[in-house]
Design a protein around this ligand. Structure first.
Ligand code: P6P
Length: 330
């Protein structure tokens, strides 16, 4: 029987390979892993709680039935507050960042989307948590907005948790991308996908085809190319699930700008940046159609960006169609 490598063991082993590591990032990653297990438990009983609690607004244990994304948000905030290694958080569910007072000068801040795709919960479609960890740049008593508005290339670590047919946690600290599957019988994330590498090319393209007429001409031209190639179209409508499939099977996931969302729909700081770090770490590419996602200098916490990410050959292909359309109109 192969040795089971738990997430905690993997994090500690990775730390041992870094002579200057002081253990704070390891501790923070373990705390996020803990929060993910609790969120997984709540997500996986959501249907039951809903059935059990359908008659009232309270669930069987007498607690108010919270919307799952707010529950996930509160759980993550609570775990990060208790970790002592995080001096501030920013969440898709919070208007602004929240400084966290710690007993020492904690050097990390965390941004997260607590439950992305939560509208899919009612139909039992996979959803996910996305997180990005940065070293703070400020030296004041508490973190500042500038600690959160760093380029994605500055991320110390990034990852996601996918609540699907099984619960998986995939993370990187910039030295490889590793995937762990939760074994509920022992309550541990176990290494199941070591050193993930994305295929150079694939035949899967993932975009919301219904918006075709709202996309810029370059994106339309690329979609036409995909439809005229021997490609297949897969779109789950839950970014973490679509990106996870892209990481494992290859392909391209893209959400271009539309007329109603000229900056795109997906968020830069706690969706596209962490997922871009993972995709690049696995050998893929991630751009806004022209520029590398990780090089974008953020100006506001909840800013959006168009995103094209996945197999490098396919992202290159999409960018070529976008360049071509711009040269025609310039
Ligand atoms: P659309 C989910 O609401 C989400 O934020 C991402 O997880 C997903 O990729 C995207 O929006 C889906 O958006 O417009 O295709 O429904």
């Amino acid at each position: 029987m192969n040795k089971i490598i738990s997430l905690d063991e993997h994090i500690i082993q990775s730390q041992r390979n870094l002579p200057y590591a002081t253990g704070e990032l390891s501790s923070l990653l373990r705390d996020i892993g803990l929060a993910s297990k609790i969120v997984s438990r709540e997500v996986n009983k959501a249907g039951l709680v809903d059935i059990a609690g359908r008659a009232d607004t309270e669930n069987t244990s007498g607690d108010d039935v919270q919307k799952l994304d707010m529950l996930a948000n509160d759980l993550l905030i609570s775990c990060l507050k208790n970790s002592g290694e995080c001096c501030g958080i920013a969440s898709e569910e919070e208007d602004t960042f929240k400084p966290i007072k710690t007993h020492k000068q904690s050097k990390y801040i965390v941004l997260f989307d607590p439950l992305d795709g939560s509208s899919n919960i009612d139909v039992n479609v996979s959803i996910g948590t996305i997180f990005a960890i940065y070293r703070r740049q400020s030296y004041d008593s508490q973190c500042t907005i500038d600690d959160f508005l760093q380029k994605g290339v500055k991320q110390a670590a990034a990852g996601y948790v996918l609540y699907g047919s099984s619960t998986m946690l995939v993370y990187t600290t910039g030295r490889g991308v590793n995937g762990f599957t939760l074994d509920p019988s022992i309550g541990e994330f176990c290494l199941s996908h070591p050193n993930i590498k994305i295929p150079q090319k694939s035949n899967i393209y993932s975009v919301n085809q219904a918006n075709y007429k709202k996309y810029p001409s370059g994106a339309q031209a690329y979609i036409d190319h995909c439809m005229n190639s021997d490609y297949t179209q897969r779109y789950i409508g839950s970014m973490v699930a679509d990106v996870h499939r892209t990481l494992i099977k290859g392909g391209i996931f893209f959400y271009p700008a539309t007329k109603s969302k000229p900056k795109g729909k997906l968020r830069l700081l706690y969706e596209c940046n962490p997922l871009a770090m993972l995709v690049e770490g696995a050998g893929g590419k991630a751009s806004d159609g022209k520029n590398r996602i990780l090089d974008i200098l953020p100006t506001e916490l909840h800013q959006r960006t168009p995103v094209f990410l996945g197999s490098p050959d396919m992202v290159d292909e999409a960018e070529a169609f976008i360049r071509e359309s711009l040269s025609v109109y310039s």
